[in-house]
Ligand binder design. Structure first.
Ligand code: NAD
Ligand code: ZN
Ligand code: ZN
Length: 346
């Protein structure tokens, strides 16, 4: 089958990959229709995490169930489904507590040996382990290009805000106006935020955030700390979402948050540690939340919001390319010429 293959730092190409097979009674094979390119794929593209050349990339997808193991309940061949970017077993102690992102058998498609060694979803077909847990049929009338976002970046942003227990009327600062940050802007308004500030360095992305109702803050042109204070009666944001990854933007999040405020960081980075502002964090009573998304936890709620059009994340898609043009898609997204790239697979 055709698939997007990692070939080394800054190099991807579309080539032949082995056809996936049912390996356990709980597997499904999904024929992929749409696959996204995510900021997390760029970390692999940049060589931040190890991946063998020839590995299939990608973890965002919508497709049609093509084959099912005999143990899978609740799904049928021919059903259109959205997949979660991380897989969970549904039965281990973590899954039973609803902590699917901590599952003992967890993995992330296309993320190499550190994350379960699962081939990626930027491919004609993909094997889905524990299919009953990791696939959801699309609600009636929900377009696949919109549903795709529930399986990764929308769920990431929504979960990040849920983790802060955002209350209606609160003021939110989002660091990073990439696709994940823009999902946070949209979701924050749906949850009742009175004001959202979006901090980035790329003008086109900030304009997009402004179109969603956020106040754009270009941190190369103005001091984001001063601007966020000005916009929040001198206090700082009640809630800060960090959607970039790395120590500089984490440090900025601590400066943007008000005393008593909450920070939720979902940006991915390979830095082993971060100089935590211990005494000021203590005195200012800051809550700091970190972690990979728990997509399964909010999936059904998000599919309902998507089906009614309350959330319209597909607005961020700037480029739709055929699978064969994936290398160009990676280039466009990496250089930020593209805001979000979807690959049309089948
Ligand atoms: P992206 O690379 O398109 O977006 C990052 C944005 O941050 C860009 O717009 C960039 O201009 C901006 N930026 C970079 N440095 C900055 C700085 N110093 N100050 C302000 N803005 C800055 O990627 P994305 O798809 O939006 O993903 C964002 C992050 O979320 C990535 O690290 C990705 O790996 C992560 N992510 C995490 C999860 C999770 O489960 N925690 C899930 C999906 C994505
Ligand atoms: Zn992702
Ligand atoms: Zn589990």
């Amino acid at each position: 089958m055709r698939a997007v293959l990692f070939q080394g730092v800054g190099r991807v190409e579309v080539g032949e990959a082995p056809e996936p097979q049912l390996e356990t009674p709980w597997d499904a094979i999904v024929r992929v229709e749409w696959a996204g390119i995510c900021g997390s794929d760029l970390h692999l593209y940049h060589g931040k995490f190890p991946l063998l050349p020839g590995s299939v990339l990608g973890h965002e997808f919508v497709g049609v169930v093509e084959a099912l193991g005999e143990g899978v309940r609740g799904l049928e061949v021919g059903t259109r489904v959205v997949g979660t970017f991380h897989v969970a077993c549904g039965v281990c102690p973590f899954c039973r507590r609803g902590e699917f992102h901590l599952c003992e058998r967890r993995g992330v498609y296309g993320y190499g040996p550190l994350f379960g060694n699962l081939p990626g979803t930027q491919a004609e077909r993909v094997r889905v382990p524990f299919a009953e847990v990791n696939l959801r049929p699309l609600p009636q009338g929900l377009p696949p290009e919109r549903a795709l976002f529930a399986g990764d970046i929308l769920a990431t942003a929504y979960g990040a805000l849920k983790n802060t227990r955002l209350k209606p009327g609160e003021r939110v600062a989002v660091v990073g106006a990439g696709p994940v940050g823009l999902m946070a802007v949209e979701a924050a308004f749906v949850m009742g935020a009175s004001k959202v500030l979006a901090v980035d360095r790329v003008e086109a992305r900030l304009s997009f955030a402004e179109g969603l109702g956020a106040i754009p803050v270009n941190s190369t042109k103005e001091n984001p700390v001063r601007r966020v204070r000005e916009e929040t009666d001198g206090e700082g944001a009640d809630v800060v979402v960090e959607a970039v990854g790395g120590t500089a933007t984490l440090a900025l999040a601590f400066e943007l948050v008000r005393p008593g405020g909450r920070i939720s960081a979902v940006g991915v980075d390979n830095a082993p540690s971060f100089p935590f502002p211990l005494s000021s964090g203590l005195v200012r009573d800051i809550s700091f939340r970190l972690g990979l998304a728990n997509v399964h936890r909010h999936l059904d709620e998000l599919l309902a919001l998507l089906a009614t059009g309350r959330l319209r994340p597909e607005q961020v898609v700037s480029h739709t390319l055929p699978l064969e043009e994936a290398a160009e898609g990676y280039r466009l997204f990496d250089t930020k010429e593209a805001l979000k790239v979807l690959l049309k697979v089948g």
